[in-house]
Design a binder for this molecule. Sequence first.
Ligand SMILES: Cc1ncc(COP(=O)(O)O)c(C=O)c1O
Length: 398
Amino acid sequence: MNIDFINLKAQYHAYKQDIDSEIAKVLESSAYVMGESVRELEINLARFCGCKYARAVSSGTDALLLSLLALGIKSGDEVITTPFTFIATAEMIALLGARPVFVDINERTYNIDVDKIRTHITPKTKAIIPVSLYGLPADMDSINAIAKEHDLAVIEDACQSFGGLYKGRKSCNLGSQTIRSMGVTSFFPSKPLGCYGDGGAVFSNDEKLDSQIGSLLNHGQVARYSHKYIGLNARLDSLQCAVLNVKLKHFENELKIRQELANAYNSGLKKIDSQNYRLILPYIPESYVSAYAQYSVRLSPKAPDAQYPLSQKILQDKASKRDSLLKALQEKGIPTAIHYPIPLHLQESLAYLGYKVGDFPTSEAIASEIFSLPFSAFLNKDEQDYIISTLSSELQKL
Ligand SMILES: Cc1ncc(COP(=O)(O)O)c(C=O)c1O
């Protein structure tokens, strides 16, 4: 059996008629930039998340950059975030000349460890960017409370968690009225809600921030050819918005299927028993719902770990065991991915920050064990059963 990691083709075929006809409408309109579908999408997105404002933008990366610009983050400022995320989160902080200050993650949720944030706050700290990794919202109430105490802004990096829930509220809209807050997401094709290229959005309940984002994404323009801010071209084009408007109609249903598939993985995988290794399954705290941007599990030795920080040798051994498992799966037609093999504090582009191996032991340990299985609302039962049984037999061999 050959399985797609994310079955985007099946999704296209399921909605083809509507998608093709909405694309054709944009083509006929010739309003390829800032056409009707853009405003329509913004209204739909804000309604979906239950917030006042949404701005469609060119990518999740640009959504991060725009929100940092709107907060006035600049050279010399510090922004707290997690080292266990995609590079863009820290990269946009660094691009503005500000310093990403990393705080290690919680070992179960893989999101920023809120108990460790306070000790990293300095007079230079201006904002916190928690990441809602794999679709599971970060503990936003606790983060917002810390931000309020220290007069900081909060940007939820919800690039993976559009559709996730936290205490009944939608990810992207988990800010607080008492601080400056925004949520950003990505519509990269593989995300829970994806377009057919790059795309993203910025969410807020703050009129001033929203209108600034609206200007910044269009060269800082406030009226035609009148430019109040230094901004960028970060508009999302009409075609992508048209696609997203169609997909959004099916999104709640897809989220339901994603929950069912995650539950089926959980119950199949937890029965696997092997002599030396176990799989650690996703942990979803009570009153949280993950959008499962990824269904990620850890390959962990049954023998108890040495004390953190783990030595380079232990980390490498774990990673190479995982790599051989993933190679065996690939040979059986099961693609996997590693989100993410190198924590950000160990990335060459951020070496100037001066972090070293051992600084964020939980991120390092998880990075050596984690891998993601094929997942999308279009994964079928036969495929999933095959993945579970193959994983079971390959695990016995380790
Ligand atoms: C956590 C996180 N932040 C930011 C981004 C950047 O989004 P985009 O690829 O749309 O620029 C991603 C995308 O993978 C992400 O996963």
